[in-house]
Design a protein around this ligand. Structure first.
Ligand code: TMP
Length: 210
């Protein structure tokens, strides 16, 4: 894959950790700083990927989705997203801010579903060919706090319907992944007051900007 010129920022975390609020803050910051950027998401971000997202997240009482199917569909979405959106934007020198990326597969399908990490690493290597975010913000909170916050958001999608033990696996999956690539990650305590979280985000962005 061609070398990227822009800046690739991803936001990760389990349910109810305040990703949307953080994303809005980052968007406002980049607008004020007059940066050229796009905001995108996974699973999704292209027409085909958004259609696959619908299959991934719609509850289906008639059939259970297998963990392997879930993993492969996540990577199918990602392939479209990388080739159609992320790489073209980076090559034009834009910032790409993505609400989730490959770390989510390690956390949800690895930590949550229990798929062997080596299988996910294989897909990552094959399909992403070394593409990595420049920086990943990991919003972290104890599972019960996150789930309590997420409860107030309306009907749950297929993955949100999972039990606390699944989300504990997701949280640990993220933390493990961070341990393997500490320089790329910034861990943010999502239980801190909003102003504290935003001050931390500002500092991180100021540092990149400098
Ligand atoms: P969100 O857009 O509300 O974050 O929903 C996306 C859901 O998909 C969320 O539950 C996390 C999950 N997900 C995975 O399980 N694996 C992945 O690789 C990605 C990108 C998301």
């Amino acid at each position: 894959m061609q070398p990227a010129k822009g800046f690739f920022l991803t936001i990760e975390g389990s349910e109810g950790v305040g990703k949307s609020t953080a994303l809005k803050f980052i968007q406002d910051y980049l607008t004020r700083a007059e940066k050229k950027f796009i905001v995108t998401r996974e699973p999704g971000g292209t027409d085909i990927a958004e259609k696959i997202r619908h299959i991934l997240l719609t509850p289906n009482a008639a059939e259970t989705m297998l963990p392997e199917t879930e993993l492969l569909l996540m990577f199918a979405c990602r392939m479209q997203h990388v080739q159609q959106v992320i790489l073209p934007a980076l090559s034009k020198g834009l910032w790409v801010v993505s609400d989730r990326f490959v770390d989510a597969s390690f956390a949800y399908q690895g930590g949550g579903r229990g798929i062997d990490i080596s299988r996910i690493e294989f897909l990552e290597k094959w399909l992403l060919q070394g593409l990595k975010p420049d920086l990943t913000l990991l919003l972290d909170a104890p599972v019960q706090i996150g789930l309590e916050r997420a409860k107030h958001r309306g009907p749950e999608d297929r993955i949100e319907q999972e039990k606390a033990a699944f989300f504990e696996g997701v949280r640990q999956g993220y933390l493990k992944r961070m341990q393997q690539d500490k320089k790329r990650f910034r861990l943010i305590d999502a239980t801190a007051p909003l102003e504290t979280v935003q001050a931390e985000l500002k500092k991180i962005l100021d540092d990149i900007h400098a």
